[in-house]
Design a protein around this ligand. Structure first.
Ligand code: MG
Ligand code: ZN
Length: 221
């Protein structure tokens, strides 16, 4: 048997992603895939938005990393159910890993599930996990050229959280240039300016996620 790596791999992933989505729909769980470079602030952003979401909603997190359970421990410290997936060198999460991950979560009693992907601006863009929304965390310390250099990540996202805005005056990052470029790649994408460490701007992102959850529930057949 010949395996055309890439195409067959992505096709197989798509099948599992669809079954993940069916499981999420069946349990009424809204799922957000959080993507971005290592150090962009994905976990810190979750730490900023989870406490408010937890008042009223049952939240869980799947953490993807090459190694360690550090991020899952940070999430658990907030009192949120979390599962750590170690990819053992793998540079992205795929739908099968996520399926194995949510086995140990109580989906029927989970309203919102966040999946924090492996820190990487490249291949996680190609792997659907069955999520309802994709959020890319791009920090201003990474440079505004990252949009041009890694277009698929931004073209396939539903929202970008521009993070570390408190450091903007210290770095070379043209917000307008980056925003224009993102919007050219992806019309209708939502942009949020945030500082995950202080929580500034994160309420807007949280509200957008809640709106997304509501519209998914309404359009469920
Ligand atoms: Mg992290
Ligand atoms: Zn990868």
């Amino acid at each position: 048997m010949k395996i055309v790596l890439g195409q067959d791999l992505l096709k197989a992933n798509e099948v599992i992603a669809r079954s993940n989505r069916a499981a999420f729909e069946a349990s009424g769980t809204f799922v957000a895939n959080m993507l971005g470079s290592p150090g962009s602030g994905k976990t810190t952003l979750l730490e900023a938005i989870l406490p408010d979401l937890m008042s009223g909603l049952r939240v869980a997190v799947i953490e993807g990393d090459l190694a360690t359970s550090r991020d899952a421990e940070r999430i658990e410290a907030l009192g949120v159910a979390s599962v750590q997936i170690n990819t053992g060198g793998g540079c992205h999460l795929d739908a099968g890993m996520v399926a194995a991950g949510f086995e140990s979560l109580d989906l029927d009693n989970t309203d919102v599930l966040f999946i924090e992907n492996v820190g990487n601006l490249i291949c996680p863009a190609g792997f659907s996990l069955g999520e309802h929304r994709r959020v890319v965390v791009l920090s201003v310390t990474e440079g505004d050229d990252k949009v041009e250099k890694y277009p698929p990540m931004f073209a396939r996202a539903d929202a970008v959280a521009l993070n570390k805005m408190d450091l903007l005056s210290h770095v070379k990052f043209d917000v307008k240039k980056a925003t224009d470029h993102i919007e050219r790649l992806n019309t209708g994408i939502r942009m949020f300016s945030v500082c995950a460490v202080t929580g500034e701007g994160t309420a807007d992102l949280r509200r957008w996620l809640l709106d997304g959850r509501r519209s998914c529930q309404e359009h469920k057949t």
